[in-house]
Design a protein around this ligand. Structure first.
Ligand SMILES: [Zn+2]
Length: 50
């Protein structure tokens, strides 16, 4: 599960849209069309447990 900290969209990784910039193709938020604000929710939970 991933969440966008810009628009607060959240969903599964396979719901991300393919984006392309000068560096190539990447998966990004369907609202923002960028991965700059994406956060893996599983990672957040791991940080809390530790
Ligand atoms: Zn977003």
């Amino acid at each position: 599960m991933v969440q966008c900290n810009n628009c607060m969209w959240s969903g599964e990784e396979d719901e991300l849209v393919e984006c392309e910039d000068a560096l190539g193709i990447f998966k990004g938020c369907p609202e923002c069309i960028t991965d700059a604000y994406l956060k893996d929710k599983d990672e957040i939970q791991d940080e809390i447990q530790e």
